[in-house]
Write a protein of this length. Structure first.
Ligand SMILES: [Ca+2]
Length: 111
């Protein structure tokens, strides 16, 4: 039963890690933007992590902000990053974004 005395609802946030990205070597960096994440009140924290692969030397800079800089994507392949956001009521939401790194153009392969 709804009562005016009950606490105002505070719905969970909705994380949005942005669109999937494809880059081609020798480009080894990309910026991911989670600013499209929403909440009925406000989001208090952002956290980015590399979910897959779990090894490697990928570097995330400013991983506790809406926009993260990813560098050192030196190996061609598929990388999955997870953005987790938390609202003022400690409710969380996660969303993945995939970064595909393609080999360089034919004739420019690594030695
Ligand atoms: Ca909320």
């Amino acid at each position: 039963m709804f009562s005016l005395l009950s606490p105002a609802p505070d719905f969970p946030p909705v994380a949005n890690a942005g669109d999937d990205v494809t880059i081609r070597l020798p480009v080894t960096s990309v910026q991911l933007n989670g600013a499209g994440s929403t909440d009925d009140r406000f989001i208090v924290s952002y956290r980015w992590e590399l979910t897959s692969p779990t090894d490697g030397n990928v570097v995330l800079t400013n991983l506790y902000s809406p926009v993260v800089d990813v560098t050192n994507l030196v190996d061609a392949g598929t990388y999955v990053f997870t953005l987790t956001v938390e609202d003022s009521k400690f409710q969380t939401s996660s969303n993945n974004v995939t970064v595909t790194v393609l080999e360089g153009k034919l004739g420019s392969k690594k030695q």
